[in-house]
Design a binder for this molecule. Structure first.
Ligand SMILES: Cc1cc2nc3c(=O)[nH]c(=O)nc-3n(C[C@H](O)[C@H](O)[C@H](O)COP(=O)(O)OP(=O)(O)OC[C@H]3O[C@@H](n4cnc5c(N)ncnc54)[C@H](O)[C@@H]3O)c2cc1C
Ligand code: FES
Ligand code: FES
Length: 1338
């Protein structure tokens, strides 16, 4: 047995290779180990807390009892390497590669266009690969479950699902059977081929079949190791932590007595995030994952005994099997648990998280306690003092993170009983996102009746999320015992619960009124459920009215179905010309195999250091002292830099406003960078940065919200105004006047790859190379040059690719680069900066919150004569791009509507928050949504369908002028609109929605359809330019360089398609290596949906120049192959390298005169969504979305459809679930995926149909195409307005005003509170005493 003072050998396999670690570090997680020690960088870091799935790998173990190998997908970021003894790890590199052979999973995700930026792709591949290892013919449900924990910020999931569905045996269906005419399988509706309209983005017939015999086998050595009894105790030691891993229960018991304060680590899903994200250190860790007794599950005639170390997946599978075999009466508890486990975390987490760990974590957000307590489960514990039984009830949880177990006790097993014949048990939970999210409130409820009656014998109502620990509604349960299960009991129960479950308005987690409402709503649901079951069992209770049955419906998550159409290229286009064809993303194979290199995948350079930022914890304060001595005293810490160490300028001017790299004297937001620690490695740098002490003296004023900024008249200049007609005159002529406002919350970019770079000082002449994830390499170069006081010609930025950008990697990355470059400059060594997710969210900020206040004059028929809208955005503490964003909001305020008298004013509020910045859409979505809200409200006031009011106000089909006097033709917008109405079957579904609503009281549906007119190009005309460099080499291969950056949108692929068309060489001979300021200087940012327009034209220009030079050679040498021609040209001293340039339009706006050609052209579209809301919980699901988008003649329909769907889903997040929380002191609370929810697979519409408008043209852009990156984000608002429509239906039924305010995002909380009823009334009736709230709305 290893002594705790000696390190054991850690043995495991990675991709079939044996790893023997003699000095395994107990704090080392598999992710860092793979990436930095083994050099396998395919596994990505996205969050470090199990919340994104980017780091998914497969871990396999041999079970000698069952003589089988178990394969599990796990998150490498939470998997301590020390837990892997005897395991085999497979990473994306072990699955397949471009050098050997792609695995079908990799091939299919790539060819089906499921990889855009590619950062999530290895994780997706690993989740699917693991599923196939366990089940080569999975069901749709298996796939849904397997991918539920993998986030993707680019694709909208549809293409990933389409790729993986091809492994299923089940037939694929379009899900448009709702049309009333049956689905595609029956009548061929979808697959009917209109003339040159295609829906085939890839050919599944070409995919290689899955051949499980090709997979890596489980290492026989590990099998033998597992079979050998008693491996003995293992110990792994580092300077800070001792890891002890016994393999016998007795040893574990002894160790727990010896180290009572040491946590018992099993799945590491509670402890791991604390270590990774909060820097928690546990000097001794007892690993309990090797104790067989803790993993056993035994059924008896009374119930099941579950070992505390059973994973939640194993538990779920066992309980599911139990429910299939047992009498339904006996399995009610198990069914309730299975329902809960279904939504709890993700498969990767459930595979390792244990039931014991869940219980012992005593976190009220965790879901299992309520139902386990209600089910009267018994816990078996063990210690050196012997075993004992403890009842799992509210008394067991003594506080947050605390239980009644003694520190030396181990939870051995949990007894879960069968349910009794007259016992009913249910579990409820509601979270920000239906799955893969911690619950806001959860509940476990049980009632036992006297045999054959409706008289309550005993009742248990447990709630989590309404206090620091599990709460039992004791008084309510006591008072209701002995009573009949009837309306009176419901009313009394509601009254009692309202009084008993109290929450302070400052309760951690906020949402107090909502949480109180959920307490009552869950009770109502339970009442109805039990009533129904009693009635079904023949007890004389009143029937559940049919309309109330909707209280019991459960949302079942399903794999989405999609349908898309696009116009094929004309028959006379050469078959070798790729333009207009759905070509795969140029790097998709590399992305799917993990070979694609992102900045942090570059291997460590010799002597490389790491920089970690030290940020302000105050919102507005003077810095009185900075003390880095403790940090600097740590061995391995090299230096600490602040403003005084900047060799060039620490302050720079941005459109007349000062921007500081490091705060000098005063901080103006929480999260502002004050200094940076430079250390030998990242862990050290992070640890040391926490030791820097800064003292402050608070300064007034300090405020954060738009309302406060208005009070303080705190605005950035310039304030903008646009006006058409005479608004006052319009009001005078109007039948009615309406005033209102709409607030739209901000949004975090949540690109899967966090921001960062590597700065490498050159050997001479102050040269500096930067490998950086930026959308604007030229700006980064410029800022670094200014900071270092070095000319730009010595600073070179290299951008290979970005793991998503969405506007977030334009500005802030320049400052991070300058700081990192400063560190490199001072130390003379390469320095790497990789923000962790929490710092990224804190420092770099995101989309601006907006408030639109409007006054509108309209006629009886909904025609709007005049609208006066004032837009306020929260700009944060510095200007950044806020004023341009506000301009874009104003320029989009008319959307597709000809409002004769229209005035918009824009104010950017200066507050003490981190500075907001560009985000896909750039103010467009906010500007558009506020006018759409006006339309929606006018329709509600007129009592008219909203689509009718929209139609009445739309620009007519003839050429029209926008409100800024830009001439345009709305023809294609109107075509999109009418096609969308038709393709979505709008009229019929509107009737169906009304019918559904009339027969369902607690579920309501709503629809919304909106048009879109979106300006493309920069309204700052100078940015509208593009440049490229095309080199032809003597072997005929072509290297294209351009100023755009590849971040998943496919700009490189499109550039290659264009070059291929002109040069007439196959795409396989063309390569785009990177974006480099040394090759193409002064490039504009890849933004404004203009990247391809600019770059495409420039590439075309360069290629045409080359073809022009080659033409005489070709004429003289007919019949030569391309390569021969190139060689000939070379011999004739023809230059085979050409630059290309595109001078874009001279856009601009005269803000004084309210006129100007702000945009090059407009991209049009229309989108229709239908949703259903659960009025009792506020949950919703999007049933169907139909989009018709005008992208002109698409250069690549696969990429364009991908942009449309991905943008829509990002918008869906913006308008529904993505909610940022700030503490009253201005500190961002939501700093990772566990608090901030972007759409996961579960959120996307059940049916998502995207159509590219046929026969559309655009004379302005390359090959008649149109920019598409930004516009579709706005379409997420259809889900918002459809939700509002559904809520209005609920309110109408209850006799409430249909005019009510709903701010964006329409979260479950807001939906529930807007569906006012007795529960909301009860929850709000106890007026709270004033106190400091938990969060503020900024
Ligand atoms: C991304 C993510 C999402 C999640 N979502 C949810 C969710 O939606 N709902 C939900 O309920 N939970 C959720 N969880 C929490 C998860 O269920 C728990 O973290 C898990 O069950 C804990 O088990 P573990 O084995 O990983 O515990 P560990 O992290 O290994 O240990 C946790 C604690 O339990 C103690 N402990 C463990 N076993 C024993 C034992 N046998 N005896 C005594 N003490 C013991 C340890 O000392 C330690 O203090 C989520 C976790 C993550 C990371
Ligand atoms: S990095 Fe591991 S789940 Fe996000
Ligand atoms: S492709 Fe999924 S995150 Fe970019």
């Amino acid at each position: 047995m290893a002594s705790p003072s000696q390190s054991s050998e850690l043995i495991f396999y990675v991709n079939g290779r044996k790893v023997v670690e003699k000095d395994a570090d107990p704090e080392e997680m598999l992710l860092g180990y793979l990436r930095r020690k083994v050099g396998l960088t395919g596994t990505k870091y996205g969050c470090g807390g199990g919340g994104c799935g980017a780091c998914t790998v497969m871990v396999s173990r041999y079970d000698p009892d069952q003589e089988s190998v178990h394969h599990c997908a796990v998150t490498a970021c939470l998997q301590p390497i020390c837990s892997l003894h005897g395991a085999a790890v497979i990473t994306v590199e072990g699955v397949g590669s471009t050098r050997t052979k792609l695995h079908p999973v990799q091939e299919r995700i790539a060819k089906a266009h499921g990889s855009q930026c590619g950062f999530c792709t290895p994780g997706m591949v690993m989740s699917m690969y693991t599923l196939l290892r366990n089940k080569p013919k999975p069901s749709m449900e298996d796939i849904r479950e397997a991918l539920g924990g993998n986030l993707c910020r680019c694709t909208g999931y549809r293409p990933i699902v389409d790729a993986f569905k091809t492994f299923c045996e089940e037939q694929r269906c379009c899900q448009t059977g709702e049309r009333g005419a049956g689905c595609c399988m029956e009548n061929g509706y979808v697959h009917h081929q209109e003339e040159n309209i295609s829906e085939e983005l890839f050919r599944a017939e070409d995919f290689r079949p899955l051949d499980p015999t090709q997979d890596l086998i489980f290492p026989p050595e590990l099998m033998l190791m597992a079979k050998r009894p008693g491996g003995g105790r293992l110990c792994f030691l580092s300077e800070r932590v001792k890891w002890i891993s016994p393999d016998l229960l007795e040893d574990l018991i002894r160790l727990k007595a010896q180290y009572p304060d040491a946590p018992l680590l099993v799945g590491n899903t509670t402890l791991g995030p604390k270590m990774n994200l909060d820097g928690a250190v546990y000097p001794v860790l007892l690993y309990a994952g090797r104790i067989p007794e803790l993993r056993s599950i035994t059924w008896s005639s009374n119930g099941v005994r579950v070992g505390a170390g059973c994973s939640l997946s194993a538990l779920k599978d066992a309980l599911r099997r139990g429910t299939e075999q047992l009498d339904p009466e006996k399995s009610r508890i198990y069914r309730a648990l299975v329902e809960t486990l279904q939504c709890l975390a993700a498969k990767q987490i459930r595979n390792v998280a244990t039931i014991g760990g869940n219980i012992m974590s005593a976190n009220p957000k965790y879901d299992l306690y309520g139902v386990l307590a209600a089910a009267e489960c018994t816990l078996h514990t063990i210690s050196t003092a012997g075993g004992r039984e403890v009842c799992l009830n509210e008394g067991f949880f003594t506080g947050f993170g605390e239980t009644a177990l003694r520190p030396d006790e181990i939870l051995l097993a949990i007894d879960i009983p069968h349910s009794k014949p007259w016992e009913f048990v249910s579990a409820f939970r509601q979270a920000q996102r239906r799955e893969f999210a911690f619950s806001i409130v959860n509940a476990g409820m049980r009632v036992l009746f006297r045999d054959g009656s409706a008289v309550v014998e005993s009742l248990d109502l447990y709630y989590g999320g309404v206090g620091p620990s599990l709460v039992k509604a004791r008084t309510t349960c006591k008072e209701l015992t002995g009573r009949l299960w009837d309306e009176k009991l419901l009313a009394e129960g509601t009254r009692l619960l309202k009084e008993e479950i109290s929450l302070s308005p400052a309760a951690p987690g906020g949402r107090v009124e909502y949480r109180k409402t959920l307490v009552l709503s869950f009770f109502f649901k339970f009442y109805m459920q039990v009533l129904l079951e009693l009635r079904q069992k023949g007890v004389a209770v009143s029937a559940v009215p049919p309309e109330n049955l909707s209280a019991l419906m459960q949302y079942r998550s399903e794999l989405p179905q999609a349908h898309h159409t696009f116009q094929m290229v004309s028959d006379d286009q050469s078959s070798t010309d790729p333009v207009g064809r759905p070509r795969m993303h140029q790097a998709a194979f590399q992305q799917a195999t993990g070979e694609a290199q992102y900045y942090d995948d570059i291997p460590a350079l010799k002597g490389e250091l790491f920089v970690s930022m030290v940020t302000s914890t105050r919102a507005h304060a003077k810095i009185t002292s900075i003390d880095a001595s403790a940090a600097l005293a740590m061995p391995g810490v090299v230096t600490f830099i602040t403003a005084e160490h900047v060799p060039g300028q620490n302050r720079r001017l941005w459109f007349g406003n000062v921007e500081e790299l490091f705060a000098e004297e005063e901080v103006i937001c929480v999260g502002q960078i004050i200094g940076a620690i430079v250390a030998e490695n990242r862990e050290l740098a992070k640890r040391a940065s926490r030791l820097v002490t800064i003292t402050y003296e608070d300064v007034l004023p300090v405020f954060f919200t738009i309302e406060e900024a208005i009070e303080h008249q705190s605005f950035f200049e310039p304030k903008r105004k646009l006006e058409r007609g005479n608004v006052e005159e319009g009001f005078g002529k109007s039948d009615h006047i309406l005033e209102g406002e709409l607030y739209m919350g901000g949004q975090e970019h949540f690109y899967m790859e966090t921001q960062g770079l590597i700065a490498v000082p050159g050997g001479e002449a102050e040269e500096m190379e930067l490998y950086v994830a930026t959308q604007h390499a030229a700006y980064t170069q410029e800022v670094v040059g200014l900071t270092l006081g070095v000319d730009a010609n010595k600073i070179t930025c290299h951008v290979k690719r970005l793991g998503g950008g969405f506007g977030g990697k334009v500005m802030k990355i320049a400052s991070l680069s300058a700081i990192t470059a400063t560190a490199a400059y001072r130390t003379g060594r390469a320095v790497r900066c990789v923000l962790d997710r929490g710092d990224d969210m804190l420092i770099t900020s995101g989309r601006h919150p907006f408030l639109g206040k409007y006054k509108v004059g309209y006629m009886e028929d909904g025609t709007i004569l005049a609208a006066d809208i004032t837009y306020y955005s929260n700009g944060g503490c510095t200007l950044d791009e806020s004023s341009f964003i506000m301009e874009k909001a104003l320029l989009h305020m008319d959307n597709g509507y000809k409002i004769p008298h229209l005035r918009g004013r824009g104010f950017v509020c200066r507050t003490f928050l981190p500075s907001y910045t560009a985000f896909r859409g750039f103010g467009g979505p906010q500007g558009l949504t506020i006018i759409e809200s006006v339309l929606h409200e006018v329709a509600a006031k007129c009592g008219l369908p909203a689509h009718q009011v929209r139609e009445v106000n739309m620009y007519p089909s003839e050429d029209s002028y926008t409100h800024h006097q830009q001439l345009f033709s709305p023809r294609d917008m109107l075509r999109c609109w009418s096609e969308c109405l038709e393709k979505s079957d709008y009229e019929r579904r509107l009737l169906a929605v009304r019918q559904f609503n009339s027969s369902n009281r607690w579920r309501k549906r709503g629809t919304s359809i909106v048009p879109l007119k979106f300006g493309i190009g920069f309204s700052k005309g100078f940015y509208n330019q593009g440049a490229a460099l095309v080199n032809i080499y003597k072997d005929g291969s072509v290297l294209v360089s351009h100023g755009g950056t590849e971040m998943g949108q496919g700009i490189n692929t499109k550039a290659m398609q264009i070059a291929s068309r002109i040069l007439k060489v196959p795409m396989s001979s063309i390569h785009v290596k990177e974006t480099c300021t040394g090759n193409v200087p002064n490039a504009a940012p890849s933004a404004a949906s203009f990247g391809t327009d600019a770059v495409g034209m420039a590439v075309k220009n360069a290629c045409e120049k080359l073809m022009g030079r080659l033409e005489p050679v070709r004429k003289k040498n007919p019949g030569r192959t391309w390569q021969q021609l190139v060689v000939e040209a070379y011999c004739q001293k023809v230059s085979l390298s050409a630059t290309g340039f595109f001078m874009g339009p001279h856009t601009g706006v005269d803000w004084e005169r309210s006129e100007g050609t702000a945009y090059y052209y407009f991209t049009f579209g229309a989108c229709c969504s239908e949703v259903e809301v659960d009025c009792l919980t506020g949950d919703h699901r999007t049933i169907r979305t139909d989009i018709v988008m005008d992208v002109g003649r698409s250069l690549n329909p696969a990429l364009d459809i991908g942009q449309v769907e991905g943008g829509f889903v990002q918008g869906l997040g913006l308008y529904t679930i993505e909610e940022l929380h700030f503490a009253p002191d201005g500190a961002l609370r939501t700093r990772g995926p566990s608090d901030y929810k972007i759409p996961a697979l579960v959120d996307i519409p059940r049916s998502l149909n995207t159509h590219l408008l046929a026969n559309a043209h655009n004379p302005h852009a390359i090959y008649s195409s149109k920019g598409i990156g930004e516009p579709p984000v706005f379409f997420g608002c259809t889900v918002f307005f459809a939700i509002k429509d559904a809520i209005a239906a609920a309110r109408r039924e209850r006799g409430l005003s249909e005019s009510f305010s709903l701010s964006s995002p329409a979260t479950a909380e807001k939906i529930r509170l807007a569906c006012e009823d007795a529960c909301t009334a009860a929850a709000s009736s106890l007026k709270p005493e004033p106190c400091r709230p938990w969060n503020i709305n900024v």
